[in-house]
Design a protein around this ligand. Structure first.
Ligand code: FES
Length: 166
């Protein structure tokens, strides 16, 4: 695998990012759309991709970083092996999804958009995942947990920790 080779990873990111960039003209207005594509592809915006975008659109790195940090949907941190996404859409919010999010943050000792140091967990927030009838909802990677409770979320996290220890 490429993982041990930093240069190889850099090269791959460079190549793949430029493939995405080819779909866009060099207009600065394309920045958000490009960032969306990169975020979708990697689950975060790698530094190397920021460099390629900066060169392509002739936008300073600081400006790109400013845009990434302004929008909560963008992150510069890779997601954890288990990404906990709490739905903060209206139906889930009124049914208490805020307390799910708060408990996840407290339990894992990270903020939304961050990843634990061991790379096991990350947390983010979603807007309506289309399962409003099951509100409140949280997801762990692609798995949806409906009618969720704080207790259930704690249990799911504890089960993952236990599984990973074995
Ligand atoms: S608002 Fe959460 S699934 Fe629709």
């Amino acid at each position: 695998m490429e993982q041990g080779c930093e240069k190889c990873v850099e090269q791959r990111l460079k190549k793949e990012t430029n493939e995405i960039l080819k779909n866009y003209s060099k207009q600065k207005d394309n920045l958000i759309a490009i960032l969306n594509d990169i975020q979708e592809k990697y689950g975060y915006i790698p530094k190397q991709s920021q460099i390629e975008i900066s060169n392509y659109l002739s936008i300073p790195m600081a400006e790109i970083y400013g845009v990434i940090t302004f929008y909560s949907r963008f992150t510069t941190t890779p997601k954890g092996k288990y990404n906990i996404s709490v739905c903060m859409g209206t139906a889930c919010f009124v049914k208490g999804s805020q307390s799910l999010l708060e408990r996840a943050k407290e339990k894992l000792n990270i903020k939304s958009g961050q990843t634990t140091q061991d790379g096991l967990f990350s947390i983010d927030e979603l807007r309506c995942v289309g399962a409003c009838g099951l509100a409140p909802v949280f997801m762990v990677n692609d798995e949806v947990y409906g009618n969720a409770t704080v207790k259930q979320l704690e249990q799911v996290v504890d089960d993952i920790i236990k599984k990973e220890k074995n």
